[in-house]
Design a protein around this ligand. Structure first.
Ligand code: HEM
Length: 499
């Protein structure tokens, strides 16, 4: 081959390679979900604002139900329709079930042991199975029901004082204490707070602090090179919050060990801690002591704030819509005989109350973007998009719940929309996914389901409620505050009147 032929041959090969490369990259560019144009370095971070679920909902109206944003160095795909959510959470959940780890969650290596943050590994499956069989099984919840019933009575005694004095009750605070004690009695057979003591505030501060640190934008999550500097001191604050909870849980285990002595019999309290300690002390232990500590941290953080903020939103909506409150109260009076105590089994006989809870979770999902998912490898989505490896995937349950293509009058509180259909929040109906769906679905759903309904039913059955200071129902402030969970920006207060 002479020089000219060789040159022509090499040019031809280059041309072919260039052509293939160009075609491939333009094909993959066409397959990336659309999204707003990113700015250099920071990408679309500024578009998130202080209420990211709302900003992302607005953006999805322009770019569609599967869209891409660049948040600093990370590619984020946002899902905003039931169809796309079904694909991510159910059909292809093997590809989308990994977690984006916020830097704060690396405190005490929590990300390595936590059921919330671990990848879907065999260790994660063991913990999730323990949640299903030991913590939230119907049998366990039935056997601990009387303890939660006592905590409800404590709430009613507390609210009675406000009735007698004609004072406004801070519903947010009272419900938080009730939920905290209901969960702690289910798990440890003990109260962690009193309504009037600072201890309740101390726990509330730790848990809210954790949610806030995990949810607040942290520059390290957008630019991982800054991790060693922890410039916002977020991880160091999280170290302190986690440390306090671990010390507390470890003290409980130590105390139980002293009770039990050498007998190794953990049936004295018949609660979740007994069961987990049994699994821990077996000849072939299924869980280690650190795993138990991290599991309790997960369960407390994931369970208390989500459950109590849902009850607070439901009460706020009912105070704003007194005619719906009246229907719920009438329904309760119809099924309960005079002086009959309200119990968890009554919930199945209260369809309007159940519709109220669904409607509240549709409008105010306590985790509006669920817990962030992640791809481990490049994954195909909806037949026409490619989601890159290591992309963050946010499922916007708030946007789905308020989509006018899915619900009529999506911003109106209309519980009756759930009365003549089977739509539920248990992970089969992707238009209502406050607990997620698929393998990452919330394992605490059975306990949350009982607690939200029974606390709400008790507040409605025993009291009439009045807005303080002649405040008009329709003027109630419903603005939101975003941590990782969604709160009412102004805590709800109302005056109870004995019904
Ligand atoms: C109204 C109350 C609650 C709501 C709305 C809620 C919602 C959620 C959501 C959206 C997820 C993430 C799903 C996903 O990533 O796709 C989740 C996960 C989780 N929730 Fe809940 N939750 C509630 C109550 C509870 C309770 C009471 C507990 C325990 C006491 C709990 C424990 C957990 C745990 C451990 C996970 C992690 C599961 C995993 O990553 O595999 N949750 N929850």
């Amino acid at each position: 081959m002479d020089h000219l032929t060789l040159l022509l041959f090499i040019s031809f090969i280059f041309f072919i390679l260039f052509f293939i490369f160009q075609t491939r990259s333009s094909q993959s560019a066409a397959k990336n979900p659309p999204g707003p144009r990113p700015l250099p370095i920071i990408g679309n971070i500024l578009e998130l604002g202080t209420l990211p679920h709302q900003s992302l909902t607005n953006l999805s109206r322009t770019y569609g139900p599967v869209m891409t944003l660049k948040l600093g160095r990370t590619t984020t795909v946002v899902i905003s329709s039931p169809q796309a959510a079904k694909e991510v959470l159910q059909k292809k959940d093997h590809a989308f079930s990994f977690r984006t780890i916020p830097d704060t969650i690396r405190a005490h290596d929590h990300d390595q042991i936590s059921v919330v943050w671990m990848p879907p590994s065999s260790q994660w499956r063991v913990l999730k199975r323990i949640c299903v069989t030991e913590v939230f099984s119907a049998h366990r919840l039935d056997s601990t029901q009387t303890r939660r019933q006592r905590k409800l009575q404590d709430l009613l005694n507390y609210v009675d004082e406000f009735c007698r004095n004609g004072e406004a009750l801070d519903i947010s605070d009272a419900v938080f204490t009730t939920v905290l004690n209901s969960i702690s009695n289910t798990f440890f057979s003990m109260d962690l707070a009193r309504y009037t003591s600072d201890k309740s505030q101390e726990f509330k501060d730790i848990i809210w602090g954790i949610m806030e640190e995990a949810g607040r934008p942290n520059v390290v999550d957008f630019f991982p090179v800054l991790r060693v500097l922890d410039p916002q001191r977020a991880r160091s604050r999280m170290m302190s919050h986690f440390g306090k909870l671990f010390a507390f849980f470890d003290g409980l285990i130590e105390e139980r060990l002293r009770f039990v002595g050498l007998e190794m019999e953990f049936k004295r309290f018949n609660d979740v801690l007994d069961s987990l300690m049994q699994l821990m002390m077996n000849e072939n232990p299924q869980v280690s002591r650190p795993q138990v500590l991290h599991l309790f941290l997960d369960l407390f953080v994931a369970g208390i704030d989500t459950t109590s903020s849902t009850i607070e939103w439901a009460m706020a909506e009912l105070l704003r819509n007194p005619e719906k409150m009246k229907i719920a109260k009438d329904e309760l009076r119809q099924i309960l005989r005079e002086d009959e105590q309200l119990e968890e089994f009554h919930i199945s006989r209260l369809p309007f109350l159940r519709a109220i809870v669904k409607e509240t979770m549709r409008l105010h999902p306590s985790l509006p973007l669920l817990v962030p998912h992640k791809t481990e490898d490049e994954a195909e989505l909806c037949g026409c998009f490619v989601v890159p490896k290591n992309a963050h995937v946010l499922i916007n349950a708030w946007a789905i719940g308020r989509d006018p293509n899915v619900y009529d009058d999506p911003n109106q509180f209309k519980p009756e929309r759930f009365m003549d259909n089977e739509i539920d929040f248990k992970g089969h109906d992707f238009e209502l996914i406050p607990f997620g769906a698929g393998r990452r679905i919330c394992p605490g759903l059975p306990l949350a389901n009982r607690t939200v309904h029974i606390v709400l039913a008790s507040l409605l059955y025993h009291y009439d409620w009045k807005n303080p200071n002649g405040f008009k129902a329709e003027d109630m402030d419903m603005s939101e505050m975003y941590g990782i969970s969604l709160h009412k920006a102004i805590p709800l207060k109302a005056i109870p009147i004995k019904a």
